[in-house]
Design a protein around this ligand. Sequence first.
Ligand code: ACO
Length: 399
Amino acid sequence: LGQIKTADDQPGLATYDPGFLNTASTRSAVTFIDGEKGILEYRGYPIEQLAEDSTFLEVAYLLIHGELPTQEQYEQWVHEITYHTFVHENVKDFMHGFRYDAHPMGMLMASVGALSTFYPESRNISDQDNRHIQIVRMIAKMPTLGAWSFRHAQGKPYVYPDNDLSYTENFLSMLFKMSEVKYDPDPRLAKALDVLFILHADHEQNASTNAVRSVGSTQVDPYSSVAAGVGALFGPLHGGANEAVLRMLRRIGSVDKIPEFIEGVKNGDERLMGFGHRVYKNYDPRAKIIKQQAMNVFEVTGTNPLLDIALELEKIALEDEYFVKRKLYPNVDFYSGLIYEALQFPPEMFTVLFAIGRTPGWLAQWQELVTDKEQKIARPKQIYTGDRTLEFVHREKRW
Ligand code: ACO
């Protein structure tokens, strides 16, 4: 259809679809979503089963390789990731150079992009072994970069990776270790973070994945592509909603103020943050799992009065005709901010956690892109609305 032209100077037929609401940019075998039925599957496996029985690194293997690992493959994969967690010492100097109040997402975006200069061979994307080692490096080093950006903001010394710990335990150690004594995180907290990483690991062609693919389509190295993904995620329309939920719960203040708040939502004065989703119109399958994890975390950390407000708000909204009619249900962000706060993360770190979880998804999609012979450089059409063939007037005659 795109080739139908009425004359040589005509552009031919094109679709105009801002935001790609109805345009598939790619074929993909990574993640399946059915928004009406509330289904999310990675490589065909339901998210509920993966969150229950798998680990984040196993899910990362699944996303990257397309199938679950054997025991030997899994052990090898965990070993490889574990032994690539350190970054070059110059990266540390590089990170020291940021302002004291630099946003950790800005630091993460810059430092993951900078890794391309430390691994110049990463530009050879046609070599499978080379792609593999860059993928391992990036999954391994993202928590190190994320944790160091957090320590930088706090003016605390950076903590080196502890390779005796699991992926999430090591991340917690790099974030919170305060002395030479080995950091010993509560396994329930490490498990909750692992599950949160699993739930965020991929979500098909969301804005940041589209950014990774778009930049990757130029055949640049994967570090530059993932830096673009981090940049997209930094935007408040993509990664910032869980922080908005916390602000909303604080503003409501107590359970008895909820009816008044709900009235404000119905009048259009407020939005119930953490509710509603562009794709999920039945329920967000990740929200149920996160709610359970929130309960597990609060068992360890002690409850937060904001949790009571969230639980009551959810109960009232799920029975209220306004929300039922509009198919508004809790989304992934409704409880995640509460968990992150209970784990003592400041709000600026919430999106960094999202980025670490999303890294295997970005890389699986990047790999799918660069090995797909049908893919072309991402170069959308436009509908030109400006002037044509004006006569230039020299500034001496215009002024
Ligand atoms: N609170 C109150 N009303 C809402 C909400 C909400 N959270 N979300 C949608 N509505 C209402 C709209 O006012 C509209 O009502 P109307 O038909 O009377 O005009 C109707 O529901 C449809 O809303 P849209 O904005 O058209 O829905 P859309 O699919 O475009 O928006 C979105 C989805 C942006 C997520 C929206 O539900 C929202 O703003 N939610 C709150 C923010 C949030 O939680 N974002 C995180 C999403 S998950 C993620 O990004 C990881």
